[in-house]
Write a protein of this length. Structure first.
Length: 100
């Protein structure tokens, strides 16, 4: 399929894309700390439930899935000032760990 007449853009298979993975800080994200509903990250994701979805039995706490490609759209729309969702290397995992 031709996607750009000058070939400045080329089509790339979904599974060839890996810019990292979204990671969530559950000690800051609004629904994870019971400070209201949000879900902006889930709503904006172009890959849908394969990349990020709500925790089962809870409509608002987001959980990142392994098919996330790290595009960063979810980071752009997060309304929390500390940005509890960010893009990290896949090896760092989808949940931020806190050391004390
Ligand atoms: S980084 Fe992109 S693909 Fe991954 S959850 Fe966020 S919006 Fe979806
Ligand atoms: S957009 Fe930010 S605050 Fe809202 S659910 Fe996602 S990570 Fe949490």
């Amino acid at each position: 399929m031709e996607v750009c007449p000058t070939e400045a853009l080329t089509e790339t298979p979904r599974f060839d894309i890996d810019m990292g993975i979204a990671q969530i800080d559950r000690t800051a994200c609004y629904p994870w700390v019971n400070r209201g509903i949000c879900g902006a990250c889930v709503a904006i994701c172009p890959l849908g439930n394969r990349a990020i979805k709500f925790k089962m039995w809870n409509q608002y706490q987001p959980i990142v899935q392994k098919d996330c490609v790290g595009c960063g759209l979810c980071v752009e729309v997060c309304p929390h000032p500390s940005l509890p969702i960010r893009i990290v290397a896949r090896s760092e995992g989808t949940v931020m760990s806190h050391r004390v």
